[in-house]
Every structure is written in structure tokens, then in C-alpha cells.
Write a protein of this length. Sequence first.
Length: 92
Amino acid sequence: MPSEGTPGSDSPAAREAVADLAGRLDVSEADVRVVSVEEVTWRDGSLGCAQEGMMYTQALVDGSRIVLEVEGETYEYHQGQGRVFWCEKPTQ
């Protein structure tokens, strides 16, 4: 469950990220702590999570960076263009 007092932790994107991570790790949503939710403007359509060999639209994209924590391990989720996803290797 999103952490009380963390700005943006109650946003739909943060709730979606918490649910996704809980499912990935097979833990309760209550075990997932929202560390931060930061509004960002991504440089391109990769949403700060570019993968080698892929092409992305070259336009600025409004979104957010959501950092979650479970048992001392942090996980970064990126949001933009109607998507929320875990970014294993952030490039921005």
C-alpha cells in the first residue's frame, strides 16, 4: 500500500506500480513502500528506459518516476503515455 505522507503515493500510477511489484515479488501490497513519486519530462518515447536496438519517438513526454522499496531493495517504475512499467536499467 502506498506510504502515507509521500507526495503522489495515492496517484493511480503509484497504485498501479505497487500492485505490479507486489505481484512480481509475490508479496502483499502492504509490504511495498512508496519511497518517492517525482514528476519528470522524459527526453523521448523510451520514458527513461531505453533498450538497445529499439527506436523511440523523439519528443518530450510528461510522466513520473516512482521509486518503491521492498525489504531494503529499491525498484524504479516509469510512467508516461498512459503506461506504468518497471524499469530495470534506467537510462534517465
